[in-house]
Design a protein around this ligand. Structure first.
Ligand code: SAM
Ligand code: SF4
Length: 478
């Protein structure tokens, strides 16, 4: 394997013409139906080289009917996760800034036709308060979420991002990376968004099946399938090279969706020079004011969901996979092993939700819950149950290491050199500043065992950084 460098390039595309070909994708699905045990094993064997999969190979795995091969699939996913990522897990908190929305997506509680919903766009003060609460839990990364509404213009979004970056609460509280999930915009507006020093720009296609897309998007700008499909082309044209894509599982056949999402990945790699930085796996959750969300037409059960995550790990080994903490603790543990690399900790999906949760705790006064409890508990569970190292690292984009610049061996060495050390250093900072005693104890034990498996030179280097952190320095990263 060699060092491949993929600089961002100006994409050339026809925004009127979709690059998702339904007939072609269905033909692949049909061709690869009912694969033999040998066919499935051959694809699994190839996947172990960490070079990704073709659409056909992915379709074979998606249609495996031999249950005894599921364990083999999961084993390969675990192996890839271990070789490429190790046991780090990146944590972030979603922050809903505004639920004002002019669209009507039939699966979402924010839809404009839901007159039951209390609409709220956080004021600067309210937003600061939410960020303070997250900082007190130890968060360094935020995913800021906005409905699509004239109130949430790019300028309003940029202002809110500035507000969030400016908050410095308590000793060492600060947000070091803000990823943004908002409606797609013009190239010009994306340039403005980029100027706010955002991390990843996230936007999910929801469904890549145009007919289904048109059925569930009833109103507003989101109705245009192609406009959303080319969102990432426009973002990249504007110089945003960390983008996150996703499917909302439950709307249409998951085999089609996964293949189409891979076609999207290939299109971005070929035409923009860089694939997506992350892929998210939302599953439709019940939402007030959305009938569809109560009974999703293509509901994905837990077993199927696990296979989807594992197959994605094999198909795009170098892309970060994001899962929400709304998944149960048991699922979370399994999906982490299968290749999820980021999870949200803290899961309020209402603007002002973190403040409300605090008030409820204080009102209830049933237990004297520390404000830090949810995050601290998730971390304790990660450390003790899955031996994962929670990482608060935000080094790369601040050092200009963005886009998927390196693949193959180079990326693996890169992770050993930067990601693994930075995970330990930022985790130590968290433990010192925010953790409960039992979490600190368990966390420090894990750090020691991680150090023991490093080369002596690297161990020395990391120990120096840990000592500085213990001495009160913050935000140290390689
Ligand atoms: N308005 C922007 C948009 O639609 O892209 C960003 C905010 S929207 C709330 C963010 C994501 O929430 C959507 O892309 C969708 O995948 C997800 N979502 C909407 N309704 C959901 C539901 N009932 N369950 C789980 N995820 C949902
Ligand atoms: Fe609005 Fe986004 Fe919800 Fe659709 S998914 S109703 S655009 S917030």
């Amino acid at each position: 394997m060699s060092t491949h460098h993929h600089p961002l390039k100006q994409p050339v595309y026809d925004p009127q013409t979709s690059f998702i070909y339904d007939d072609g994708l269905w033909a692949i699905i049909d061709q690869c139906a009912n694969p033999s045990i040998e066919q499935v094993r051959a694809v699994l064997e190839k996947a172990r080289q960490c070079q990704g999969l073709t659409l056909e190979e992915t379709a074979v795995l998606l249609q495996n009917t031999h249950p005894e091969l599921d364990e083999e699939l999961f084993a390969v996913a675990r192996e890839i996760k271990d070789t490429i990522y190790g046991n780090r897990i990146v944590l972030f908190a979603p922050l809903y800034v505004s639920n004002h929305c002019a669209n009507s997506c039939s699966y979402c509680g924010f839809n404009a036709d839901n007159h039951q919903l209390k609409r709220k766009t956080l004021s600067t003060d309210e937003l600061r308060r939410e960020v303070e609460i997250l900082q007190d839990m130890g968060h360094k990364r935020i995913l800021a979420v906005y409905g699509e509404h004239p109130r949430n213009s790019v300028n309003a979004i940029v202002d809110s991002i500035k507000t969030m970056y400016d908050v410095k609460h308590g000793d060492g509280g600060e947000i070091r990376r803000i990823n943004v999930n908002c409606a797609p915009m013009s190239v010009e507006d994306f340039r403005v968004l980029k100027s706010a020093a955002i991390g990843t720009y996230q936007c999910f296609q929801e469904t890549y099946h145009k007919a289904t897309y048109e059925k569930v998007h009833l109103k507003g700008k989101k109705k245009g399938f192609n406009y959303r499909l080319y969102a990432m082309h426009r973002a990249m044209e504007a110089g945003i090279d960390d983008v996150g894509i996703g499917v909302l599982f439950g709307l249409y056949d998951h085999r089609f969706e996964l293949l189409a999402m891979l076609a999207h990945v290939q299109e971005l790699e070929q035409n923009c020079g860089v694939g997506p930085h992350t892929i998210s796996f939302p599953r439709i959750e019940p939402a007030h004011g959305s009938e569809l969300s109560e009974r999703p037409p293509y509901e994905v059960n837990d077993d199927c969901f696990k296979r989807i995550v594992a197959i994605t790990r094999l198909a795009v080994p170098y892309t970060g996979l994001i899962m929400s903490t709304r998944e149960s603790a048991e699922m979370r543990k399994e999906l982490l092993e299968l290749g999820v690399s980021q999870i949200s900790a803290g899961s309020s999906t209402a603007p002002g939700g973190y403040q409300k949760a605090l008030e409820r705790q204080h009102d209830a006064e049933q237990f004297s819950l520390g404000d830090h409890r949810p995050m601290d508990e998730i971390i304790y569970e990660l450390v003790t149950d899955s031996k994962s190292v929670p990482s608060f690292c935000t080094g790369c984009y601040r050092k200009g290491r963005t886009g998927d610049h390196f693949i193959g061996l180079a990326k693996q060495q890169f992770i050993g050199k930067f990601c693994q050390p930075n995970a330990l250093i930022t985790f130590r900072e968290y433990l010192n500043d925010y953790a409960s005693d039992r979490t600190r104890e368990a966390g420090n034990a894990l750090i020691e065992s991680e150090l023991a498996s490093m080369s002596p030179a690297r161990e020395r280097n990391v120990r120096t950084c840990l000592a500085k952190t213990d001495g009160g320095e913050r935000d140290i990263y390689l």
